[in-house]
Design a protein around this ligand. Structure first.
Ligand SMILES: [Zn+2]
Length: 278
């Protein structure tokens, strides 16, 4: 009799985990340049197209789709014997294309003598973009880092003298020199460089889980590497440093190597979000 009761108990106990279904919630934009935040059991393992991603203590994870992301993405969540697999289709976007012909050659390619410098700087940027830290700032609502006129959008591309250039991966906000630039989400400053070849005064902020923010062409920088910055905190001022034709902030967001569209995260620029001037 005792044996039977013990056996019944075991059966019930082993049947319990299967009864509690592994829940996965997704929030965000399944389009090129979009970012998605998922929520599931914090002890589960999550894979995006086979790549293991980190979970917060609350079971949140993030992934995103770059400029040219093509095809569906597979999300797999595993816990014990349970597995939830989902295939998400990712929407394609129409980007702005602009053709400019008859340009003098000097504007088309950087001079040979700066190749080494550009290579070095790109390696440092790639190192920051590969960071996979446990910060949870990526899951907060993003705000606009500066108020101004949107003069360049994500994905726009120029064809100079018939040669397609790299698409523009940021959002350009034209604003007077000295306009305050504030942190969009919060994070740890991972780069604070006053003079990179392309982007001039550049701040990179690690928002956690592979999500990084980049603020470029800054006239001045108020933060240093390793510093924790809060959303809304001043990190620098708008300038025209690096390869830039006028004062503006170039703001970018990455999920590892994928380029995300900041505008999808911050939504429309609120008119009341005024940035103070120096
Ligand atoms: Zn730009």
């Amino acid at each position: 009799m005792y044996r039977l009761i013990a056996l019944l108990f075991l059966l019930t106990a082993s049947a319990l985990p299967a009864a509690a279904e592994l829940d996965v919630k997704l929030d965000g934009d399944a389009v090129q340049g979009g970012m998605m935040i998922g929520t599931t059991d914090p002890s589960a393992d999550v894979f995006i197209d086979g790549k293991s991603v980190r979970l917060t203590e609350a079971g949140r994870f993030v992934f995103g789709f770059g400029h040219d992301f093509d095809g569906p993405v597979t999300l797999k969540v595993v816990k014990g014997g349970q597995e939830v697999s989902r295939m998400l289709s990712v929407g394609k976007r129409d980007y702005q294309i602009q053709r400019i012909d008859g340009l003098p050659q000097k504007y088309v390619a950087p001079p040979k003598e700066v190749y080494e410098r550009i290579k070095r700087e790109n390696a440092e940027i790639a190192r920051v973009r590969a960071l996979d830290t446990k910060g949870t700032w990526f899951a907060t609502d993003f705000i606009w880092p500066a108020q101004g006129i949107i003069s360049g959008v994500f994905g726009s591309q120029r064809i100079l003298n018939g040669e397609p250039k790299r698409p523009h991966f940021g959002i350009d906000i034209a604003a007077p020199q000295g306009t305050h630039v504030v942190e969009a989400a919060g994070g740890i400053v991972a780069m604070a460089e006053p003079d990179l070849y392309y982007t001039g005064g550049t701040v990179m902020v690690d928002h956690g889980h592979g999500v990084t923010g980049v603020y470029s062409h800054l006239a001045s920088i108020d933060v240093e590497v390793g510093q924790i910055v809060k959303r809304g905190e001043k990190i620098g001022t708008v300038g025209s440093t690096g390869r830039s034709t006028g004062p503006h902030l170039d703001w970018r967001i990455n999920w590892f190597k994928e380029r995300l569209d900041p505008q999808l995260l911050a939504g429309p620029m609120p008119p009341q979000q005024q940035s103070a001037k120096n």
